[in-house]
Design a protein around this ligand. Structure first.
Ligand code: 5RP
Length: 215
């Protein structure tokens, strides 16, 4: 099974702290995300600076876009993002309009969505989804469980590249063992760690251990 990618989510509320964090760890993650919080605070500059720092990395703008997909995507792409996210309740025309402007669109799965909708995303040419445990649901006591794992499994079987995110830790990565997860997206587990670069090394090592890969 291919080693899942490690993606860091920069969910900072100001640009200087986000840049400080990314300079420390950027070289050691596979994908860099300008998180939703940072997009709302300083999106364009955050994408531009991240691109200048990491010309070769895949950069995602986590816009969770619901409408005006083409315009939002054009803005993200011109700032330097490769991929952007759209929310699962956005219309197919919004997703298609976004997909014309960026290299790839990822559908963020929150709340209610159906496998029938997911078939529609595949038909529209969108092959990446992000299975998300909402930060607020986690704060309210939710936890990863078998229902989540079953949904991730079905989405993979449908043909999606599935990223997983929301409150992930070194300890709970093991839950996904046996699943061909495409990417683990980690925010606070890296950026709020006492030593973010050590946290990155530990996440990478644990992913390699569980997925039986050295690289
Ligand atoms: C919140 C997000 C976060 O960027 C993502 O879930 C990672 O966050 P954390 O690891 O801190 O829970 O998309 O909407």
């Amino acid at each position: 099974m291919k080693k899942p990618n490690l993606q860091v989510a920069l969910d900072h509320s100001d640009l200087p702290s986000a840049l400080k964090a990314v300079i420390e760890i950027g070289n050691n993650v596979d994908i860099i995300e300008v998180g939703t919080i940072l997009c709302l605070q300083a999106g364009k500059a955050a994408i531009e600076y991240t691109r200048k720092l990491y010309p070769e990395k895949t950069i995602v703008a986590d816009t969770k876009c619901a409408d005006a997909g083409g315009t939002v995507a054009q803005n993200c792409a011109s700032a330097g993002a490769d991929w952007m996210t759209v929310i699962c309740c956005a219309t197919i025309p919004t997703m298609k309009a976004a997909a014309k402007e960026v290299k790839e669109v990822q559908v963020e799965l929150y709340g209610d969505w159906t496998y029938e909708q997911a078939e529609g995303w595949l038909e529209a040419g969108i092959t990446q989804v992000i299975y998300h445990q909402s930060r607020d649901a986690l704060f309210a006591g939710a936890a990863w469980d078998d229902t989540d794992l079953q949904k991730v499994r079905i989405l993979i079987e449908m043909g999606f590249r599935v990223s997983v995110t929301g409150g992930l830790t070194i300890e709970n990565l093991q839950l996904f063992s046996g699943l061909a997860v495409y990417t683990f997206i980690i925010g606070r587990g890296i950026t709020a760690a006492a030593e973010p670069n050590s946290a990155v090394q530990l996440f990478q090592a644990e992913i390699c251990r569980i997925w039986g890969q050295t690289k």
